[in-house]
Design a protein around this ligand. Structure first.
Ligand SMILES: [Zn+2]
Length: 548
């Protein structure tokens, strides 16, 4: 029997993490991060639950990576820091992964580079043949995975782009040949399944960027996500044609461009690139800055420029800012909107997704692309991945239109699985999974309780009550003292806090046989009710008992 488990990556768009498992062998495909929801205060990242891998670590043969987006590689350092396994990817993606592992100081992991034109990978009973796909970042692949039960295709994020920036299109011929001997199943990208038509090629974008920049007198600030090497290449091409030098600002873009150049994935014409500190001395219509911060991340280079806080880069009236990345992921839209408004206030010309949708084309297959993929592979079973519930459902509808029986499409929730046995598939057991939250250096130590507290603190503030208590006599020593943050403004409502403290004192003095714990609970309970009555608010009440 072969089991496919969507440990995460379904119902949510990010955090891709899938398992193929036989009796004795297990392989992982992709290991990505998710992004925190706005109410996850202080959480930096969300990563998949590795518990199932922990329990089956002796079976783990390797980790296959489809492409270099964060939601496919970002959680690797967290997995590899506790469970070592060989990683397999294309050359550019390996460059990105190695840099990431260095950042997290993870040693002793080998990233094996494969050539999708030529190489096969053997991991236990699984024989894997990669083939090139196209997406919004270069060097992505799909996998044809030969298993004892049949061939399963894993095609994560893709689109059919016959004119990609790197001139290496989807190798549909190879995929067709691999599928010609019969395909048991396909697990594939469903994010574009509600979008009609075919997804546009990346090619058209370059012309649009050029049109915007042509004849502009100011500096150009071009921003996209750092892994989008193709888009950066397009910006570089335009700059070269229009006689502008290019300077890169921001660590993440800088390091990804360096890796890509070293590995031959980006072509930077000789003499085009200049140091940003040199660029600011040049005429304003002779430079383009490629700058990080396309999601408006606080602290990013673009953020600091927009707020006038950058060490040496200033933005002025007549300059042009171009946002050329996916419409912002949930949670970051408000950040982007904030930056856009700031920039417009400074009389800067801003191009962003609302007014200029065509500055970005999706990296994901639309309805007709999905039909094409399924028509070429002709799988008996299909599993939509990388989309929300509505995308999975739309994918199911499409699939049944091109010959995959409706009951043969499995819409999986995180942890759900499909068992393949004797050429048939059935929904399998569910693995219990939870989201693991990363906050600073802590992995998994922020859970629901901490988040609930942070929510309360953010919404209602906190009141701390200091109680001096004589344990031997079982009584309060002084009048309690109350200080607050984010609840009521201290100076303005000193009165409220003073009066509340007096009332609490009276209340506690009437009680007999107090002990430390009791005094704490009584005080919290009294103040919670009292504050609600007086203000209609429910701050977190934190009693602190000092013994005298
Ligand atoms: Zn992707």
């Amino acid at each position: 029997m072969i089991r496919f488990i969507a440990l995460s990556g379904t119902t949510e768009v990010t955090e891709n993490f899938y398992v193929y498992e036989s009796e004795n062998d297990l392989i992982v495909v992709d290991c990505g991060v998710g992004f925190p929801e706005p109410e996850m205060f202080g959480v930096d990242l969300v990563i998949p639950d590795f518990d199932y891998i922990r329990k089956n670590r002796s079976k783990l043969r390797g980790i296959l990576i489809t492409h270099g987006h964060e939601d496919h590689i970002g959680a690797l350092p967290f997995l590899l820091s506790e469970i070592k396994a060989p990683v397999f990817s294309t050359k550019l993606v390996a460059g990105f992964i190695e840099e990431k592992l260095k950042d997290y100081d993870i040693k002793g992991v080998k990233v094996n580079v494969f050539d999708p034109e030529r190489d096969n990978i053997s991991l236990g009973v699984f024989k894997i043949t990669p083939f090139r796909i196209s997406h919004s970042v270069p060097d992505g692949v799909g996998f044809a995975i030969d298993t004892p039960e049949g061939k399963i295709f894993h095609v994560a994020d893709y689109k059919f782009d016959w004119t990609p920036v790197d001139a290496r299109p989807f190798d549909i011929a190879k995929m067709a040949i691999l599928a010609s001997s019969g395909a048991l199943a396909v697990a594939s990208d469903c994010l574009g399944s509600t979008t009609p038509g075919y997804t546009e090629s990346e090619k058209g974008i370059e012309e649009r960027i050029e049109k915007i920049i042509l004849n502009k007198k100011g500096r150009i600030f071009f921003t996209t996500i750092s892994s989008n090497i193709s888009r950066i290449q397009q910006a570089v091409n335009v700059a070269a044609r229009l006689g502008r030098k290019v300077a890169i600002v921001g660590r993440s873009i800088d390091s990804k461009v360096k890796i890509s150049e070293d590995l031959g994935y980006i072509n930077l014409p000789h003499g085009l690139m200049v140091d940003p500190r040199q660029a600011i001395k040049m005429p304003r219509d002779k430079v383009m800055f490629i700058i990080s911060g396309s999601y408006g991340q606080p602290g990013s280079a673009l953020y600091r420029v927009a707020l006038g806080e950058h060490d040496f880069l200033k933005i002025e009236e007549g300059d042009v800012v171009i946002f050329s990345s996916d419409p912002a992921p949930p949670g970051s839209k408000t950040n982007v909107d904030f930056l856009v408004d700031k920039l417009i206030e400074s009389e800067v010309e801003v191009h962003y997704y609302d007014i200029q949708e065509d500055l970005h084309v999706s990296g994901h297959a639309s309805q007709e692309d999905i039909k094409l993929l399924l028509s070429v592979i002709k799988p008996k079973y299909a599993i939509p991945i990388g989309g929300t519930i509505r995308h999975m459902r739309a994918f199911s509808n499409l699939a049944s239109g091109v010959g995959v029986k409706r009951e043969n499409v499995f819409e999986l929730k995180p942890g759900e699985s499909v068992n393949f046995k004797n050429q048939t598939a059935q929904k399998g057991e569910k693995v219990e999974v939870r989201n693991v939250l990363v906050d600073g250096l802590g992995v998994g130590d922020v859970g629901q309780v901490v988040l609930r507290d942070r929510n309360l603190l953010a919404k209602e503030g906190i009141a701390i009550v200091l109680l001096q208590f004589d344990e031997s006599e079982g009584r309060l020593v002084n009048k309690p003292e109350i200080i607050s943050r984010g609840f009521v403004f201290d100076k303005g409502s000193r009165d409220l806090l003073e009066k509340s403290a007096s009332k609490l004192e009276n209340f506690l003095r009437k009680k007999k046989d107090l002990d430390r714990r009791l005094v704490k609970n009584l005080a919290a309970d009294f103040l919670e009710r009292h504050f609600y009555k007086e203000t209609g608010r429910r701050p977190m009440v934190l009693p602190v008992v000092a013994e005298v």
